[in-house]
Each structure stands twice: as C-alpha cells, then as structure tokens.
Design a protein. Structure first.
Length: 226
C-alpha cells in the first residue's frame, strides 16, 4: 500500500486522534481494495471518541464517501477540527463529525463534482448524468448536517462557495470555533490548480491503462478546488 494520507498521531485522555492532510487518495484508494480496508481496520481497532484534524483541498469523492460512511458508522463521537482547509471532497468528510469545529483562520469550500470523460456525445451525456447523481449524493450529506434546503445547497455548490469559519457556522456546516487548540505537528498549506489536477489524473490513468475504454475514464471522480 502506498503512503496513506491519514495518520493516527496520539492518544489523549482516552480519545484517539486522527489527522487527514493533503489530497485524499492522491496515491491510493482508487481501484484499490486494500487501502479502504486498512482505514476501516485502523478506525475500528480501538474504542472511545475520535478527534479528526482535517486539512485537505479535496480529492477523490468516492474515497471521501467511504470515509464519511465509516466515520458515521463508528460508535464513538467524532469531533472534526478543521485547522487549515476542508475543501471539496474534504468538506464531505467533515460532515461526518458529531461536532465540527474550525480555527478562526480556517476555510471550507463546496462546489460541484468534476470528472474526466473521453468519447462521443453519448459518453458526454452519460458523464453529465453521472455527475448529477454524484452531486445529489453529496447534497445528502450537506443536508443532513446543515438542515438547509437542497435548492440552497445546490446553489452554494454551483457558485463554488468559500466559507470562513463564521460563515460555515452560520450556514450550519460547522458548530463552533477552535479556541487555543493545537495539534502535534504544524499543518501543511496548499495551492490549487484545476488544470494541474486534471493533467495529473490523465497522466496516472493513461500509462497504466492504455487500452481503457472511454466510459471507464468517467468513473474516476475528483472533487478538488481550483
């Protein structure tokens, strides 16, 4: 298994601490049965409440969906602490928190899913239909936490909405501010480029699967900020 994008850092007063940093599933998870199983095994290997420090620009939305479901299934409380950025797919993971706290300087971003599709007009239509369904599934998670209408959430995603901590709290994406809380290691910062991410995705898919059918490429979904 490639180096995971998560890390169990320490145990404090019976509460386990998990950190997710960087692009979700940048090097693993997609087309891999081992990585999701490893994450679940580590999550359920202990008991008690979990604190999740989150700082990510997003990534693979299928991976984010599975992580969201695992955290929701975990019997203990999960407190999500966003100390840097929870954008795109990472914002979906944040929605699994029993409580979501953000540093005063942290940001959250929601937007529409994107994918790569190659083929004729029928392939493009199928890709559009798939993205519509993926968007609806993401709205399910946002709606469950925020209580906002689906129309309002869809509008926020259409507009690629960036939220500072207070705005995220106002809209229901977060519950409160972090106050004088620090994690063990300093958080990494990120710069964003949709073009760079798309090119990186194509570079990864094409050499490994030179004969891949066009519709198969539409199955790789990325949720990542501009």
């Amino acid at each position: 298994m490639n180096r995971p994008f998560w890390n169990w850092t320490r145990v404090d007063n019976g509460s386990r601490v998990l950190s997710i940093d960087g692009i979700i599933a940048e090097e693993s998870w997609f087309g891999d049965d081992v990585t999701p199983a490893a994450f679940r095994a580590e999550l359920f290997s202990g008991e008690g409440d979990v604190t999740l420090w989150l700082n990510s620009p997003g990534g693979d939305c299928i991976a984010a969906s599975q992580i969201y479901a695992m955290l929701m299934d975990y019997p203990g409380n999960v407190t999500v602490k966003v100390d840097g950025l929870a954008a795109s797919a990472a914002s979906v993971i944040a929605m699994a928190g029993t409580k979501v706290l953000m540093a005063p300087t942290a940001m959250m971003m929601v937007h529409n899913p994107l994918t790569v599709a190659i083929g004729d007009s029928e392939e493009m239509r199928r890709a559009i239909d798939m993205l519509s369904e993926v968007k609806e599934s993401i709205i399910n998670a946002y709606e469950l936490r925020t209580g906002l209408s689906r129309a309002k959430l869809s509008h926020l995603m259409d507009g690629e909405t960036w939220m500072n901590a207070k705005k995220a709290i106002e809209l229901g994406f977060a519950d409160g501010l972090l106050e004088d809380e620090k994690r063990a290691a300093p958080a990494e910062t990120f710069a964003f480029s949709r073009r760079a991410v798309t090119n990186c995705l194509l570079d990864k898919v094409r050499p490994k699967q030179p004969g891949v059918a066009a519709d198969a490429l539409t199955q790789r979904l990325n949720l990542i900020s501009h």
